[in-house]
Design a protein around this ligand. Structure first.
Ligand SMILES: Cc1cc2nc3c(=O)[nH]c(=O)nc-3n(C[C@H](O)[C@H](O)[C@H](O)COP(=O)(O)OP(=O)(O)OC[C@H]3O[C@@H](n4cnc5c(N)ncnc54)[C@H](O)[C@@H]3O)c2cc1C
Length: 426
């Protein structure tokens, strides 16, 4: 795969044109090589069990020294960037990752395309704006883009006028590959199939999944980056709970609306007061509501809240009713099935009964309480040498590149500071 230097600051027009060219080029290459995606059937893929076995063998071959300067616990988005930053700052660095390979969490992001950041990151979009401001400062987007530019990742905007940024290849795997490549070049030891279970003194305690053996690794500095994984005792932590997922609702004939989509203004109300007001595509499901705008609403929704949908925000009530009565389908503005089920109601409402499909939630709220960190280094104030990055800290943002941006930037800060700490103590 080619990672040409298309800078995110270049014009949106050329960005989307480049991406189209890139897609065409890939399609052509697949056809020429008889790629299975192009011809419908292809070479036999190794079975899942065999691939698992190969990855385990590979993981077992990674040998660890008895001590390193920096040990990163968790090799996902934040952990990989922390490890790269620490190693490039001159620290001997190892990642202990529970999974069979590092960075796999990145592959599912953005529907497999990875919305890695956005041009207009705003601290106010996060659950703790003051902390984000103190840690990431005014150059948040610039710092994230600078990091990926240095990785050689070509990026582009989602579309003209959109500030969300994706890899030019349109593949999340490109993001993972550039990170793994940069980590290897920096000399990071990627020790996979190792599950961290505790910290004892200056050692990280872990279990090898291929041998079931318990081991320890001494480190001058430790970076926690395990998201829902290990959180050391003695630190202030909020229990994890799922966010950015569909919302279960009552009060509308959801069974009849299942699978129908509408571009609506969505308002979340509690005790008559507006909690959130956003515009976007809503997907009706048999249990309630889904879609990006609803995922964002899930960060605030509580049982008993009201969700109001304005099904045609561009029209006033009487124009909408007239269109429905004359054309039967609001002249194509609203799906005719929705009109059939809901009649000429432009405003409909339902009651939140909970969150739905939480097993697929994109983000977890909770984790290490922000107040215990030095925002300049992400070191726990009263545990010198212990740092954290990513979702293991109690930070969450809406859809649209906010959560990965936090993972990348916090990883950079914690990794660099951990290396400085390790070297200062050497
Ligand atoms: C389906 C989906 C789509 C998403 N799309 C986007 C998007 O497009 N844009 C966006 O900004 N955000 C997106 N997100 C959110 C984003 O992926 C996360 O916010 C981000 O990955 C968090 O980074 P992290 O490093 O903290 O956690 P992760 O990336 O999850 O990495 C944590 C790593 O730690 C490892 N680990 C856990 N416990 C242990 C342990 N005890 N020992 C060793 N290793 C351990 C895990 O195996 C994992 O590799 C999406 C999330 C999902 C689920």
């Amino acid at each position: 795969m080619r990672y040409g230097h298309h800078r995110a600051g270049a014009s949106r027009e050329s960005a989307s044109r480049c991406r189209q060219d890139d897609r065409d080029r890939r399609r052509l290459l697949r056809r020429r090589r008889g790629h299975p995606l192009a011809v419908g059937k292809g070479a036999k893929r190794p079975s899942r069990a065999r691939m698992r076995g190969q990855l385990l063998d590979e993981a077992a071959r990674a040998t660890l020294p008895s001590a390193v300067d920096v040990c990163v616990c968790g090799g996902g988005a934040a952990g990989l960037v922390a490890a790269i930053s620490a190693a490039e700052a001159g620290a001997s660095t190892a990642v202990l990752e529970r999974d069979f390979s590092c960075g796999r969490s990145i592959l599912a992001t953005g529907g497999g395309r990875c919305n890695l950041t956005r041009l207009d990151l705003d601290a106010r979009a996060y659950n703790d704006p003051a902390f984000i401001d103190a840690v990431c400062g005014p150059l948040f987007s610039t710092d994230v883009l600078g990091f990926f530019d240095a990785c050689g990742l070509a990026t582009s905007f989602e579309s003209e006028g959109d500030t969300r940024i994706y890899p030019l290849s349109d593949r999340a795997s490109s993001v993972r590959e550039v990170l793994l490549g940069r980590a290897r070049r920096a000399g990071v030891i990627l020790a996979c199939a190792r599950e961290v279970g505790g910290i004892g003194g200056d050692s990280v305690l872990f279990r090898e999944l291929f041998s079931d053996g318990e081991h320890s690794l001494r480190a001058k500095a430790i970076v926690l980056a395990g998201r829902d994984g290990f959180v050391p005792a003695g630190l202030d932590a909020v229990p994890f709970s799922p966010l950015l997922c569909p919302v279960a609702c009552e009060g509308l004939p959801f069974d009849e609306l299942d699978g129908r989509r509408v571009h609506a203004r969505v308002t979340l109300l509690r005790d008559g007061k507006t909690v959130l007001d956003e515009y976007g595509e809503v997907l009706f499901r048999s249990y309630g509501l889904s879609g990006i705008v609803i995922f964002n609403l899930s960060r605030f929704a509580r049982r008993g809240d009201t969700v109001e949908l304005d099904l045609a925000p561009g029209l006033d009530d009487s124009s909408f009713a007239k269109l429905v009565s004359s054309a039967g389908n609001a002249a194509g503005i609203v799906d005719p099935v929705i009109v059939d089920v809901l009649g000429d109601e432009k405003h409909v409402s339902c009651t939140v009964s909970g969150l739905a499909q939480t097993e697929h939630a994109q983000v977890r709220r909770g984790g290490l309480v922000t107040g215990q960190f030095d925002p300049a280094t992400l070191m726990v104030r009263d545990r010198p040498g212990l740092f954290a990055a990513g979702e293991v800290i109690d930070i969450d943002g809406p859809c649209g590149g906010y959560n990965l941006s936090w993972a990348w930037r916090s990883g950079q800060i914690a990794g660099t500071a951990a290396a400085a700490y390790a070297k200062a103590g050497a």
